[in-house]
Design a protein around this ligand. Sequence first.
Ligand code: MG
Length: 168
Amino acid sequence: MSAPREIPSSIPRVGLGWDLHRLAPGRPCILGGIRIASPVGPVGHSDADVLLHALCDALLGAAGLDDLGTLFPDTDPQWKDTPSTRFVEEALRLLETKGLHPLSLDAVLRCDRPKIRPHRSAIREQLAGLLSLPPDRVNLKGKTLEGSSSGPETIEAQVIVLLGEKDA
Ligand code: MG
């Protein structure tokens, strides 16, 4: 086997994150750090922000770091009901120690409820703020399940990010 190729540190790194939560009536619905009015919300140990969980895994994955579940286990009582913006801040801090920062983000939220379109701009703006990115470097699409699910109601997020060197 040959030695690993040397890749210049200025070459951007891509990261992919995915998450899924069950939806239940009466749960707060927080997506991308924005609380939105909805008859159902994601069930989870923290605030169950499926979009920010997928975002953290994309950031950590691109940087070659451990995933969200390893860094902030849902068996640890200190993370109970934690706002997921804290996980993003922590992921960004870890990236910073490696001299990396986000360059762009694209995301898909897949659910039948709530409708994403009315909240799309607010969530985009919030994500751009969290990552200190211009709004046109952050995007979000809402997709429905088209009645294809026969199981429990769920919400699913996919996030892809590009990371670059901080001083490049
Ligand atoms: Mg999660």
